[in-house]
Structures are given as structure tokens and as C-alpha cells.
Design a protein around this ligand. Structure first.
Ligand code: CO
Length: 149
């Protein structure tokens, strides 16, 4: 089911999300809805608070297939990259953000099994951006804009 994407300015996007404890059908339908909603909007990542659910759940697809992360944590970073970034909650806004070049993330899958994922370049950027959402952080907080309004 396609959900409504919450836009910047809504306080929900500034909350710290709760850890997922139950890996049940509700979580699975949340993950399915998030993926569908992200695809519909041509996004490469979506975090649960962006559809109003304050849980530590993220989906990413940079074109290499679906990645589902429950309770993700960045455990290692290295290098640096500076590039353009946007967000489905901030339509029409693009800013320059510096992120690590490589990240390692520890998380759980939809069944609660521990997984580890390594990302470089765009995937590293997406992982950082989406995990930030779970702590109420938007890319706008870290971005510089060429045309300040
Ligand atoms: Co975003």
C-alpha cells in the first residue's frame, strides 16, 4: 500500500525512533509499504518516520535491489565524499553534503536475524541519510546550498 510521505516542517520527522522488538506481520507490511512508497516516488531510500511510523526501519534501493534494515547502526566509517543529496520529505531541495565514502552497518532483517552490510559511494550516502532519519536528523541540517533563499 502506498503511504503518504511526510514533508519537512512536520515534527514527526524530528523524533527519535523506537527500536523494533517484534518481527511480525506488522513489520513485514510496514517494510512492504515503505518499499512500494519509495519506488512510487522514484526514491533510493525511505525511513519509517517519513510515513509517520516512529520505528527504526529503513528501506534502500539504489538500483541494485531491495535492502531492508531493521534497527540499523553504523559500526564503521572511512573516507569522505562530497556530493548532492535530496530527500523525499524535502521535495525540490538539493544540497551538498559530505558523508563517509565507506560505511559498515549492522542491522536485523525482517525476521530478526542479524545482518551486516557494507556500502561505498551512493550506497554509503544512502545508508547515512536514512539512518539519520531514525534520530530526527534531516540532510538539510548538514547541507550547504548554492542558492540560499
Ligand atoms: Co530522506
Amino acid at each position: 500500500m502506498i503511504r503518504e510521505i511526510i514533508k519537512e516542517g512536520d515534527e514527526v520527522l524530528r523524533k527519535v525512533c523506537h527500536k523494533v522488538e517484534r518481527f511480525d506481520f506488522r513489520l513485514h507490511s510496514l517494510l512492504d509499504d515503505m518499499y512500494e512508497t519509495m519506488k512510487e516516488s522514484d526514491g533510493v531510500g525511505l525511513a519509517a518516520p517519513q510515513i509517520g511510523i516512529l520505528r527504526r526501519v529503513v528501506v534502500i534501493d539504489i538500483g541494485d535491489g531491495k535492502i531492508e534494515l531493521v534497527n540499523p547502526e553504523i559500526v564503521k566509517v572511512s573516507g569522505e565524499q562530497t556530493g548532492q543529496e535530496g530527500c523525499l520529505s524535502c521535495p525540490g531541495k538539493w544540497g551538498i553534503v559530505t558523508r563517509p565514502m565507506k560505511v559498515t552497518v549492522k542491522a536485523q532483517d525482517r525476521y530478526g536475524k542479524e545482518i551486516k552490510i557494507k556500502g561505498t559511494e551512493l550506497l554509503a550516502r544512502a545508508l547515512c541519510h536514512e539512518i539519520d532519519h531514525l534520530d530526527g536528523v534531516l540532510f538539510l541540517d548538514k547541507a550547504t546550498f548554492e542558492d540560499k533563499e
